[in-house]
Design a protein around this ligand. Structure first.
Ligand code: ADP
Ligand code: ZN
Length: 623
């Protein structure tokens, strides 16, 4: 790194932390390291091996980028995802770091030039796809370089049991033998102990120090509400609380993806559909728009997301129930990687429970697989129905103890609970009476109609207006009854017969409730809250980045974004690699008049100050 060279005498290790902080500030423009970063950086910079487990957005990249700049030679980064590699290199170049990549997108002439620069010591960081590294030519190149460190990103790809397994990752063990003097740092966001053990074993990291960080994502607010009309709820959520912001909406089916995207677009929201049914080129084009433009909403199946490194995703919405907490946590974790407030929002309803149970029941999987799937779904349902802190529940599931968070819907507005024994008894007896009267069972809609005393055609045809449970549930509305039924299903007091038009049947355990031997505490369904109140709360609880409140600040922020769009287009890089939203907001708030006042803005390092300082000051002054 030019800023730090020449380095005439080897400096004592004691100075490392201070030098690391200087690099962080000068190059990356950040005032301080987060959590374990400082310790990891010092450890690796002084030649130690490390295994780093951090949640998505935790800040893994700096853990090898800073040591690479502190040590002599080039930092070699092994990364499996070409798109991520390119974005990282683009961001590093914006910050004035001499970074390049070698992958299949370069022609031989370009590749040769990168190799030459690496050999001549002109690079600080070199990103390589594993298959490239492992070729004769790749290894021969490494032999000729002075290497600062090896960083192995997405290290869980060595796990043969994981879903991202990559054959070539297994061969990375040879780095330990071939380059014993070069420190290695392996990084992943995959949490569990089995994967960790596999990484250590397969990458020969037995001597490495493990840095295992909490998986909490404190800036993400979790919210889960009952589903009545999901598309309307989603529209209101985006319009009222996230207008103009980037987000991801997950749906289960391709059809629902397309319809939802269309609905949002009709309401003026720049929404794009994404699923595996589109040709690869189209998928890539949409993904690129999402990453590079501001405020695009992508509506997708879970096919979308792997390798999405966009830091300013402000919300992730689920309009269908995910199959497991693992999936939910990974998907919702794509929000707020930049550490600024973000939301994980979900609506779910009775139909979700029925549908997911049916998918498991009708799957071809063996018994064990089905049992696992059922347990995972139950844990997911538990999150939806719990009246406790959602974050506490999630972290507990991943093996971490914590207190109530103060930043989820249950903490902010504790849900009303009530003794639901009597309501449950009414519902259970109604299921029983209808079946008894007709000799066969009925589905949810019919049961609720009978309870509420609706004289529908079907109710009359079956003579269910004459049974004892007809109209005994008039005190609750339809959505409240559905919420109660949903909870009885989750508790397995009622079962759904998927083979017979989803009719409801009493489970043996319901007897105790009917007899009064078991009392039930249920969660009261509340109407979706008004958006204004939700917004107000967000400010009260202290956002991590100041929100620009005054119209002048907001106007300046928009002007800055427009300027950034132009720069991004000119440099052909994603907008966030120029400057993050949080940096632009901070500028709008401070309204600096002189270039030196920009120096304290997070995300503005020496290179960006030199490159953009004047333009930014000019913009602020002209406002
Ligand atoms: P990960 O790879 O762990 O998912 P990244 O390395 O992409 O996370 O970092 C996530 C975001 O946090 C990036 O936008 C990065 O610039 C930012 N970041 C990381 N460390 C710091 C820090 N010490 N101060 C401020 N921002 C940081
Ligand atoms: Zn909470």
């Amino acid at each position: 790194m030019t800023l730090l060279m020449p380095d005439p005498s080897p400096r004592p290790l004691a100075h490392l932390p201070a030098r690391a902080t200087r690099v962080l500030q000068d190059v990356f423009g950040y005032p301080a390291f987060r959590r374990d970063q400082a310790e990891i950086v010092t450890h690796v910079a002084s030649g130690g091996d490390a295994l780093v487990l951090m949640p998505t957005g935790g800040g893994k990249s700096l853990c090898y980028q800073v040591p690479a700049l502190l040590r002599d030679g080039v930092g070699v980064v092994v990364s499996p995802l070409i798109a991520l590699m390119q974005d990282q290199v683009a961001a590093l170049k914006e910050a004035g770091v001499r970074a390049e990549f070698l992958n299949s997108t370069l022609d031989w002439r370009q590749a040769k030039e990168v190799e030459r620069r690496a050999r001549d010591g002109e690079l600080d960081l070199l990103y390589l796809a594993p298959e490239r590294l492992l070729t004769e030519r790749g290894l021969a190149l490494l032999d000729e370089l002075s290497i600062a460190l090896f960083a192995i990103d997405e290290a869980h790809c060595v796990s043969q049991w994981g879903h991202d397994f990559r054959q070539e990752y297994l061969q990375l063990a040879l780095l330990a033998e071939r380059f014993p003097a070069v420190p290695r740092i392996a990084l992943t966001a995959t949490a569990d102990a089995a994967t960790r053990a596999e990484i250590i074993e397969r990458l020969r990291l037995h001597e490495a120090r493990a840095f295992v960080q909490s998986f909490d994502r404190p800036n993400i607010r979790y919210r889960i509400a009952g589903k009545d009309s999901p598309r309307r709820q989603l529209l209101r959520f985006i319009q009222d609380e996230h207008a103009g912001e980037a987000g991801i909406v997950y749906c289960l089916s391709r059809k629902s993806v397309e319809e939802t995207a269309q609905m949002l677009a009709q309401h003026g929201i720049p929404a794009l559909a994404y699923h595996a049914g589109f040709p690869a080129a189209e998928r890539e084009a949409r993904q690129t728009r999402f990453i590079e433009e501001d405020g695009v909403v992508i509506v997708a199946t879970i096919a979308f997301g792997m390798g999405i490194d966009k830091p300013d995703v402000r919300f992730v919405a689920h309009v269908d129930l995910p199959k497991s907490l693992e999936g939910y946590y990974q998907e919702s974790g794509r929000a707020g990687r930049d550490g600024a407030p973000a939301e994980a929002w979900m609506v779910y309803g009775l139909a979700d429970v029925v549908q997911q149970r049916r998918l498991i029941e009708q799957s071809e999987a063996g018994d064990t697989q089905r049992r696992i799937a059922t347990a995972k779904l139950d844990a997911m349902l538990g999150l939806c129905e719990t009246a406790r802190c959602r974050r506490q529940y999630l972290l507990e599931y991943f093996g971490e103890a914590s207190g109530p968070c103060g930043n989820c819907d249950n903490c902010l507005e504790p849900p009303a609970q009530f003794d639901g024994t009597e309501a449950a008894q009414k519902l259970l007896s109604c299921i029983y009476r209808c079946e008894q009267a007709s000799g066969f069972a009925f589905g949810a809609q019919h049961i609720v109609d009978v309870l509420r005393g609706q004289r529908t055609e079907k109710v009359l045809a079956r003579g269910h207006d004459r049974i004892s449970t007809f109209g005994i549930g008039g005190e609750l509305d339809e959505s409240q009854w559905r919420a109660i039924l949903r909870q009885l299903l989750t508790m397995r007091l009622v079962t759904v017969d998927h083979a017979n038009w989803n009719v409801l049947r009493l489970a043996p355990a319901s007897r105790e409730v009917l007899s009064g031997a078991r009392r039930l505490t249920l969660r009261r369904e509340v109407a979706p809250k008004s958006a204004r109140r939700a917004k107000g709360r967000r400010r009260e609880t202290g956002a991590a980045t100041p929100t620009t409140d005054s119209p002048r600040e907001e106007a300046l922020f928009q002007v800055l974004r427009e300027w950034r769009r132009g720069i991004a287009r000119e440099h052909a890089v994603p907008a966030y690699t120029v400057l993050h939203d949080s940096s632009l907001r901070e500028i709008a708030r401070r309204q600096p008049r002189e270039a030196h006042e920009l120096a304290g803005v997070p995300g503005i390092g020496a290179a960006k100050l030199a490159r953009y300082g004047d333009a930014l000051i000019e913009l602020v002054r002209s406002q």
